[in-house]
Ligand binder design. Sequence first.
Ligand code: BES
Ligand code: MG
Ligand code: ZN
Length: 494
Amino acid sequence: MVNLKKINCINKTYLDTKHSILVFGYFENGTLDAKQKKLDTLLESKISKAIELDDFKGKEDKKIIIYGNNDFKRIIFFGLGEKNKYNTDKVRSIAAKIVDYVNDMDVSSISVDADSFNFNKKGVAQAFCEGLVLGSYVFNEYKTDNDGKSYVDDISIFGDINRENVNKGYTLGCSVSFARDLGNHPANVVTPSYLSKEATSIAQNVKEMTSHIFNLDDIKKMGMGAFYGVAQGAKEPAKMIIVEYNGGNKKQKPIALVGKGLTFDSGGISIKPSASMDEMKFDMCGSATVLGVLKAVGELKPKINIIFAIGSTENMPDGNAQRPGDIVTAYNGKTIEVLNTDAEGRLVLADVLSYVDKKYSPASILDFATLTGAVLIALGNRASGVMGNSSSLMKEVFKASEISSEKVWELPLWDEYTKEIKGKYADIQNIGQARLAGTITAGSFLKEFVGNTPWVHMDIAGTAWGPKEPAYQPKIGATGVAVRLVYQFIENQL
Ligand code: BES
Ligand code: MG
Ligand code: ZN
């Protein structure tokens, strides 16, 4: 949940208003600017004295607090570090640290001076607001006791500000937080039906959006045997969720965003060990990324066409669950030997990918999935693994990733790897050789279902939950990874 409810842009000087907390940025070895000097005089040199007394130089992570007067109750200077090392990801982090610092001071609103944070530098205003929102995120919906904590719910930014950038930052922060919430709720709350309702309710409020929900019967009838095989053992009804967004020219091909929405992955008959199995509530984080972007697109309305698609079910052991060795036929006609029922994400995605590809002929497809534990071995939780069939689309993903500071690292999908998933009895099998290139063989499997459409797959099993750094990441739980990256990707296409 985002505690910060509002960011106000105030295009006048902070000197004319009262503040319970007024926050400034301060570069390493910087000096007070003209307005700050005026404030210092008003406060009988309390600011310059504090700077001197604490030997405050503006180093990163250093700060000083000054108790002023009735109009300027508290003034905080945050060190920004060296000016030539200042970048948007630092801004995002510093903003999150500011919120964290003031959150427990029992004030509901604070003020920020835009100038001292270089708001006019490209990307700073947006990143700052993203950081404010993400830093204010907590997931405590199930705690009946709030520990007496207080949260800032309103921030006013003073100065010459581009409102559109502030608004975009706020909206993206909220969209990432929405994705985090979806991930953090337990599997007895976030079910495929819950995800369908969230998608439908966003789409209903946006006139450029139309939603279609397909249930288990539809999935079976449409020939999605791979998806059906996973869903057949689940009591909780499975759903395929499609939202069409027509914000662009009618003739323009859409881009497609596809998400793995396993609301719980027990492994099925190839059941997982109990330790950490609770974390498999996060196995829908790919779909949370897609829904986070859906929310952002609904609010920011980029002029582009997008297909949002989610395959959602649980993966459960049951008398009716699929068995290791079962052979299923996917939507594109390929037969698959299910050698391990725990490699279920690729089965669900196979059908959603080939459905989206056939039905919409998209210009490009991006998919997001907590697909393999192996990606954690390869990259830890610092970067998502990316794979694809188009170097130009991959370049676009990298370009967006650099701006959003959500790291991605490419793994190869050479033909040699496709050999590893050649089936004994069917066309392909759903796993490669034990322990060898698990992330790549999963990617190679998906590649069989996108035809010639430019496609990039992002394995977010290491990044969807767990990372605690930088400061705008949550202290626990889901990160909402790639929502900002994808929105940046969309903007770069406009
Ligand atoms: N959802 C898991 C992948 C996963 C594991 C994500 C751990 C995050 C943490 C996926 O469905 C899965 O079980 N994959 C198997 C594939 C294997 C059976 C080839 C895995 O990674 O162990
Ligand atoms: Mg699994
Ligand atoms: Zn899974």
